[in-house]
Design a protein around this ligand. Structure first.
Ligand code: GRF
Length: 203
């Protein structure tokens, strides 16, 4: 698929996106951050993109009232910046059918549990870790998966397991997992860029 040209999507903090951009900048990852997109005009990731002078866009129901227009605009922006891999982190909206079809097997998301456990539309933020702790599971982790029209249901690309510690709280777990996500997302992208992990062979 050639050098990775990344389109990075996030709604709020964007700490994974920052970790990925930094890995590109310090050559840990052989990829180019081509564009950052958020549905939230006040998001941290758009402020970061401005500071780093990375092309960035706010695309939402405020900028495009109809879902089909948003989908078209998203695809246009990604194509305009020659993106060949779309990377989501904490992006709280579904992608439209045009974008999903054009980037089939080329859209990744990260989720802070071992999917299929603790995934789905209402499973985000602290809720995931609260549910993990309530389940009595002894291990949790991180999943990177391909994105399709359903929340958290696309084929799994990579998983990383972590133990649950005896006195873990949801916040402690959230923080420990997020730190690991930064490393694991970059490692997984390295494996894709070096051809060790092939997205076309997952389904
Ligand atoms: C991460 O925990 C990710 O697994 C989940 O949302 C969070 C996003 O964090 N999907 P950030 O915006 O990258 O800081």
């Amino acid at each position: 698929m050639g050098k990775l040209q990344l389109g990075l999507l996030s709604s709020h903090t964007g700490s994974n996106i920052q970790a990925i951009v930094q890995a590109c900048q310090n050559s840990t990852l052989d990829a180019a951050p081509r564009v950052i997109i958020s549905n939230n005009s006040g998001s941290n990731d758009l402020a970061y993109a401005r500071a780093e002078q990375i092309p960035h866009y706010h695309l939402s129901s405020q900028t495009h009232a109809q879902a089909v227009e948003r989908d078209r605009a998203m695809l246009q922006v990604l194509q305009h910046h020659e993106v060949n891999l779309v990377v989501l982190s904490g992006y709280m909206k579904n992608l439209g059918p045009l974008t999903l079809a054009h980037y089939r097997n080329r859209i990744l998301n990260i989720h802070p549990s071992l999917l299929p456990r603790f995934g789905g539309q209402s499973m985000y933020g602290k809720r995931v870790h609260e549910a993990v702790l309530a389940s009595g599971d002894t291990r949790t982790g991180i999943t990177i998966h391909l994105v399709d029209a359903e929340y958290d249901q696309g084929p799994i690309v990579a998983q990383h397991e972590l133990p649950i510690l005896p006195n873990d709280t949801a916040s402690a777990l959230a923080q420990r997992i997020l730190e690991q996500e930064h490393l694991f997302y970059v490692e997984t992208l390295c494996a894709i860029s070096q051809g060790r992990l092939k997205l076309d062979q997952l389904n």
